[in-house]
Write a protein that binds this ligand. Sequence first.
Ligand code: AMP
Ligand code: GLY
Length: 422
Amino acid sequence: MKVLVVGSGGREHVLAERLAQSDHVGQVFCAPGNGGTTAIAENVPIEPHCQADLLKFAREQSIDLTVVGPEAPLCAGIVDQFQAANLPIFGPTQAAARIEGDKAYAKQLMLQSLIPTAKSRIFTRHEDAREYVATRDTAQVVKAAGLAGGKGSIVCDDPADALLALERIMVDKQFGDAGNTVVVEEKLTGPELSVFAVVDGHTLYVLEPAQDHKPVGESTTGPNTGGMGAHSPAPIATEKILRRIDSDILIPIISALEHDGAAYRGLLYAGLILTAAGPKVLEFNCRFGDPEAQVILPRLRSDLFELLHSAVHGKLDQIELQWDRRSAVCVVMASEGYPGAYETGKEVHGVDAAESLADVRVYHAGTKWISERLITTGGRVLGVTTLADSLAGARERCYDAIERISFEGAFYRRDIAAAALP
Ligand code: AMP
Ligand code: GLY
């Protein structure tokens, strides 16, 4: 079988790797892929937003399964286009992807279905939003309702910050039309958890949980990033909590979408805070998380192709998943300045030395090969990942490995998974 992975980050590298390991898969293509995917797949120079070109490629190559990494093509309707052309593709339709692409819609569905989430108000007029936040005396989170590349949620500890955030989103249009509608919600406190479910329209399969580390600085300081590291399993996610997430959050949202004429097929990602009153939803995403995928998928012992293929064909109930009981830790190496402005074009050294350690994999996020030199191309450059018998062991080996890698301006958080240690 031939598989096409759409995207170019660490998430797509691990997806391509696990799909290439399947006995069913003969060839993997990545569009456009990165410096890491070249070792396991053929990179195709088509960007994720070029849907017509992706469709043409998939048709010409008779691709048996396309797997879409990032949210933007899903929200733009790539799945609908592939389905209309009878090309199997893993991901939600445009209508179902609204669960990520339109936070106001997601809130409305959660409210209707009594899904626990932060109390919120939705505004389309700046005046109304201003009036509301000015009278709040607790911390608020101001969110652009549309897609904003993971930067559209601003946590504000007092009304002055919230007014500023509203100005940036609704007046200065920092995120363009994504900020035409805003969601203002109460700030929740507690540890964050990422729970992924593979859904085939009816059945859902919950994968092993993970914890992301969003802020750029150690001890959760500084601005939010796409994620500076992750670990799985997450000891805070007890069986009881996971059952509650399944029954009170995942099942109701899938059925709410189905009732709304948008049956969900693909990967559903619940971003949660475990509050004192139980798990509450921060957001839903319509795709695998990055870097969470880099710690969840290496722990999957079963065949990833079979899992995703079954979901596409509505046969998830025939699948049994086996997990590696070991722990995985991923630490992201980023370019100086990220998540703000950063330089690219730096040569990366030491990836082979890092991978010479047992059970270490370096997933590439922002690299490419130029004249046999590995060069940085992004803010997040590499995700160094290890598997070990304990979280402490995985962490230790991960940091041993990352110290072997260098490029000018490289930095990483030294406290990934530290809070999860017993
Ligand atoms: P979101 O775009 O909704 O995933 O938010 C990005 C990040 O902002 C989350 O991972 C949290 O760290 C933080 N955040 C969002 N909403 C809230 C909330 N209601 N309370 C506390 N933190 C939040
Ligand atoms: N790691 C967070 C995300 O993928 O949205």
